[in-house]
Design a protein around this ligand. Structure first.
Ligand code: SF4
Length: 377
């Protein structure tokens, strides 16, 4: 069926880099297999992969759907059973592309139908996708076209057409480069909270009013010093402690970043925080501020991508809060990484954003925990 398709300009440029990938998607994640592919694999009874296919792909018993009908077992290192020593996929090599399941064919592309329109984006948990979507200094732009779309497994989301105005204004706030990225995040939060508190019946009347008010607040953000609404240095050190203490189910690369955070800010115990506070502040001045004076577009692109792909839900204010918390996590970790390496580079920022996305993006336990915490405020 032909539909209108909205997608960021970067979308069409993506190509998987295969064996050259530094954090292949075939490592550290459970791979869901759709029903059609599962039955196709069961019919492979000869050839080098027959035995591995029978033993390493098992039915999903927890809440299965046609899309998550079965799963691929991971080996002791947490890698997909079909990933060979050259980091290439044996299913692809032995049986061809048509044998890849839906997950492996589409990742890191995300395709959804929002009302009657298809929306496409890339997940920054893929390193190559992260480079593509984050490293454009001009910012993320979108394009609208019409095309034939296979809608099997395409998630459908019903949204008020007015929500589109809210999301476009949210992106406009994030791309307002006359003020710092921290100010933009705070003003965005104020606007989204206001919309969250306003009943949908009133949106039509209130959206023009609120977009006017928050445009004015954004222009004034620096003078009002709204940045102060984000945690101070001590608050950031507390976040750092919480991250270091809770390292279960994080990706290998995220764990490397946490190790650099711990060493870089010398976070040894909670009783001796003075030195960490001193280091945090000096690293902020020496590396963080100068680097992001030149490269704040990387953080901006990350946030714009999050709003575009995640905020399409009636719970958009929760998605904003989750994004803001990830931003704070990344800020404190970057400070530790910069101290550890005595520099800050684009590669370090990309690695952290990619690893953070891989750790938190599809982690339902983390999202449920966050919802519980946020309910208390
Ligand atoms: S993470 Fe991305 S670049 Fe790496 S193997 Fe997967 S799709 Fe390819």
């Amino acid at each position: 069926m032909k539909r209108e398709v909205l997608q960021p300009m970067y979308f069409e440029e993506f190509t998987c880099i295969g064996a050259a990938c530094e954090d292949t998607c075939c490592a550290g994640w459970k791979v869901a297999v759709d029903k059609k592919s599962f039955h196709k694999y069961r019919k492979v009874t000869s050839g080098v992969l027959a035995q591995t296919l029978q033993t390493n792909i098992t039915r999903e018993r927890v809440d299965p759907s046609d899309e998550t009908y079965a799963k691929i077992k991971l080996d002791e290192k947490g890698n997909c059973a079909f990933l060979n020593e050259n980091k290439l996929c044996n299913i692809y090599i032995e049986l061809g592309e048509s044998y890849l399941c839906h997950t492996c064919t589409t990742y890191p592309r995300q395709v959804r139908r929002v009302d009657n329109r298809i929306e496409k984006s890339l997940a920054p948990s893929c390193p190559e996708a992260a480079r593509l979507l984050l490293l454009n200094p001009e910012g993320i732009d979108f394009t609208l076209c019409e095309e034939e779309v296979d809608e099997t497994f395409v998630e459908y989301i019903e949204m008020s057409t007015l929500f589109e105005e809210i999301r476009m204004f949210a992106i406009q706030i994030l791309q307002s480069r006359h003020t710092s990225i921290e100010h933009r995040i705070v003003v965005l939060g104020m606007f989204l909270e206001k919309m969250h508190m306003t009943s949908q019946q009133e949106w039509e009347k209130k959206i023009p009013l609120y977009t006017k008010i928050y445009t004015r607040i954004l222009q004034d953000a620096e003078r009002r010093n709204l940045f102060k609404e984000l945690p101070d240095t001590v608050g950031m050190i507390e976040i750092a402690y919480a991250l270091i203490q809770n390292q279960e189910s994080v990706s290998v690369r995220f764990r490397e970043c946490l190790m650099e955070l711990q060493e870089g800010l010398q976070l040894l115990n909670e009783e001796e925080v003075e030195h960490s506070i001193y280091l945090y502040e000096s690293i902020q001045q020496e590396y963080y501020v100068p680097f992001f004076e030149q490269h704040s577009y990387i953080l901006e692109n990350y946030l714009v991508n999050c709003v575009f792909k995640d905020a399409v839900t009636s719970n958009f204010y929760f998605e904003y809060q989750a994004m803001r918390i990830r931003f704070l996590y990344m800020k404190v970790i970057l400070m530790g990484m910069a101290s550890y390496h005595q520099t800050l580079s684009k590669e370090m920022v990309i690695k952290l954003i990619q690893a953070t996305s891989k750790t938190f993006e599809t982690n339902q336990a983390y999202r449920d925990g966050l919802k519980e915490i946020l309910k208390e405020y």
